[in-house]
Design a protein around this ligand. Sequence first.
Ligand SMILES: Cc1cc2nc3c(=O)[nH]c(=O)nc-3n(C[C@H](O)[C@H](O)[C@H](O)COP(=O)(O)OP(=O)(O)OC[C@H]3O[C@@H](n4cnc5c(N)ncnc54)[C@H](O)[C@@H]3O)c2cc1C
Ligand code: FES
Length: 264
Amino acid sequence: MPHDPAVKIIKKQSWGDYHLFRFETPALAAGAEPGQFLMVRVSDTPFPLLRRPISLHAKEKNSLEIFFQVAGQGTALLAQKKEGETLDILGPFGKRFIPDTNALPTPAVLVGGGRGIAPLYFLAMELNKLGARVKVLYGGKSRTDLPVREKFEKAGLDIVCSTDDGSFGHHGFVTGLLESEIRRQEPAILYVCGPDPMMKKTAEIAAARRIPARISLESMMGCGFGACWGCVKRIRRDEGGEWRKICEDGPVFWADKIIWEEKE
Ligand SMILES: Cc1cc2nc3c(=O)[nH]c(=O)nc-3n(C[C@H](O)[C@H](O)[C@H](O)COP(=O)(O)OP(=O)(O)OC[C@H]3O[C@@H](n4cnc5c(N)ncnc54)[C@H](O)[C@@H]3O)c2cc1C
Ligand code: FES
């Protein structure tokens, strides 16, 4: 199993509750792909016992980046780490976002809500390199919840933002922005990550318009590599559903295969 017990943080950026770490790790970076995630030990003490799953946000030759929001004790401890300190990391794990080559001439639209934008930067850069037309829709509660907007812009990516309170960009949910984008030009495919209600609404929009959509799901994770069954989700199969592991079979699934009811 890929494991680097002493990954050195070479760059840290913080915006309130949001943090970005870049670390040098040729071993883990080698096979890293968009949509995969790392299992990060958040402290040097036995507490908390479980590692936390964090998506790959960006990759350079020998380095990886993660972008995360403090959600509880584990991520708060992780946020205290400083440049020069080390992290114990397992991974990358999970199935990647498959770039749909049919999308090359028509836009692939990436929809990220809050911290869900994290895996979409890596994907956007890959799609861009493949020659796809990429449009990124980035939604947050307020303007301070869009900390990596400028990073997309600096990379030359087409990005449009929304805020729930109207303090920046489109006033309303990112799903509203998606609906106006679809009226303007129908995307070839959607790639989505964000809070469950936003992903569920996006899946409904995609189904109504028959637009293929790949969604990256979250769940609590015990191990991250298929051993504990702590992360299961019901995924549609034939007329029924079957339990699938988000860590191993996902986290990326086709939107029309996801059964959302259990979490509501
Ligand atoms: C595949 C995957 C990739 C992820 N990528 C990122 C990322 O790139 N950036 C980022 O900021 N976060 C990401 N997350 C979410 C992140 O793992 C959780 O926020 C983190 O584990 C919370 O740990 P904590 O100890 O801070 O909070 P806890 O004290 O454990 O929980 C705080 C709150 O968050 C909820 N929560 C905890 N873990 C999860 C989870 N895994 N999914 C959904 N809700 C959870 C709890 O129910 C509780 O309400 C990802 C999760 C998964 C499964
Ligand atoms: S987190 Fe252990 S099986 Fe998925």
